[in-house]
Design a binder for this molecule. Structure first.
Ligand SMILES: Cc1cc2nc3c(=O)[nH]c(=O)nc-3n(C[C@H](O)[C@H](O)[C@H](O)COP(=O)(O)O)c2cc1C
Length: 208
């Protein structure tokens, strides 16, 4: 069991180009969403919701918006970085089997959320944990997930009819894949590499 979890963590990849678009059976989708819904949350606030988007016109509209945001980011880059970025695909919105938009409602759980009084972000952390559960469960099911964040929150709210007090935290492209790459796309394309674990671990104080 333990080995399987570590294996899934290692296999998990952010997917853009490997989606096949084949349908995902309802029971598999329910297991994946169920895993997300089992995430820990501050004060049991369970601040997440999941909007499953299959509609082709909605996905195209979102993809067009993302293309504009991609251009905005590209225009901010110096020429050398821009050349590298131009080779990187940042979404598989229309090629994936569906989109799953994960939202965050900071008002869920009322005014006295146990554990959130000193750190408001713990609410958002909880929603992000649901996303990680979803990502790992999808990987265990042989599916791929690609997190898209090249969007303006208000655009996505308007597109999906999300209330103003709810934040769309991620558009997750979810679906069947031909395969999962073994090396992250950004590393393969020379954008940025993983840090060694030893650089991230400190003992007793930050400086040691
Ligand atoms: C909060 C967050 C936002 C991300 N947004 C995007 C995105 O908009 N487009 C994209 O292609 N990848 C996006 N990614 C994926 C990262 O680029 C990817 O996780 C990272 O390069 C490591 O690769 P791996 O997930 O395959 O290990 C995002 C990941 C996170 C955690």
């Amino acid at each position: 069991m333990t080995a399987t979890l570590y294996d899934v963590i290692e296999r998990r990849r952010d997917v853009r180009a490997e989606f096949t678009g084949a349908p995902v059976p309802d029971d598999v989708l329910l297991r994946v969403l169920g895993a997300a819904h089992r995430a820990p949350s501050v004060g049991m606030s369970q601040p997440w919701d999941f909007v499953v988007v299959r509609d082709a016109a909605t996905r195209q509209a979102f993809r067009d918006h993302v293309a504009g945001e991609r251009d905005t980011f590209a225009a901010s880059l110096p020429p050398e970085r821009r050349a590298t970025f131009d080779r990187i695909k940042v979404e598989g919105i229309c090629e994936s089997s569906m989109g799953v938009v994960v939202t965050h409602d900071q008002s869920r759980g009322g005014t006295h959320v146990l554990g959130r009084h000193a750190i408001a972000d713990t609410g958002l952390f909880s929603t992000v944990l649901a996303i990680q559960n979803l990502w790992l469960a999808a990987t265990a099911e042989g599916l791929g997930v690609g997190w898209v964040s090249f969007y303006r929150e208000q655009f996505l709210r308007d597109l999906l009819g999300i209330p103003d007090h709810v934040r769309p935290v991620a558009w997750l492209c979810l679906g069947t894949v031909s395969h999962l790459e073994t090396v992250p796309d950004l590393e393969r394309h020379g954008w940025r590499s993983r840090r060694p674990l030893a650089d991230a671990v400190h003992h007793d104080t930050w400086s040691s």
